[in-house]
Design a protein. Sequence first.
Length: 302
Amino acid sequence: MARALFDPERGYYTRHIRTVGARGDFATSATLSPTLGQAIAAWLKSESTAQPSIRHIIEVGAGDGSLMGAVRQSLGWWQRRLFSFHIVETSPVLRAEQQKRLGSKVCWHHDPESALAHAQGHAFIYHNELLDAFPATLVQWQNGQWHEVWVPEQLHPHHLDSAHFSALRHTTFKDGQRCELHPSIRDWLQNWTPHWKGGSMLSIDYGDDFPQLYHRRPQGTLRAYLLHQRLTGADIYANPGRQDITADINFTDYAAWLRELGLEQTARQTLAEFLQPHDASAQLLDPEGAGTAFKCLIHRRR
């Protein structure tokens, strides 16, 4: 999955993604409406009141740049001039699109460590639909133990530490149950959070706590998107490098990893709750869809 998404020559995000939104393979909540940008701007205003010394804002994985544009516009001229804005983007294709949209108003970085160095370690950080783009390890419960699922589909013993993954400590699933693990996210957090000295982080993504995440999902949550078509089963492995592959986030694990790194969770809401004070579209507020599928978590340095 890592090679299909991020291989320097053939990866989906590095070479073949065209854009995000109506002209791409998938849309995000940011490309559907400017409301998310308005809500994030309101969050930033609140956080800057509580932490007035922080003057840097970092978006990680900015898609086509529309969310950063909406955030800047919603902050207003007076508030906007108080901050320096940064984007962390590893996709050269998306970075070019962001630069076309935002021009010289933003500073770009390849990783959070570089952005935090510019901010001297103090920043407000947000990311929307970033975590679901990280490579996942697919595992299956079979004959009383967990196995990794390899391509072509074969079961192999896993070598992950069950202490870090709630699914691996669960032993009451029926044979054939599949789950996705994200050691890639844990590694990523361990790389950059030691450089973060102060501020707040807003994480927005689709997923749930464990084991609710896999209720009535025996095949797990792994799927692909091509031209806005959802692909499952064997179609996930078709067109490697030319379609998006994603999986829901296990927020039980995510919260535990941040806790281990010294970050305190100060709030958790559904997307509908986060957007409720704003004039959001029915699609984003839908309790049967994005409104509850997406979660918004806020963390601060202790």
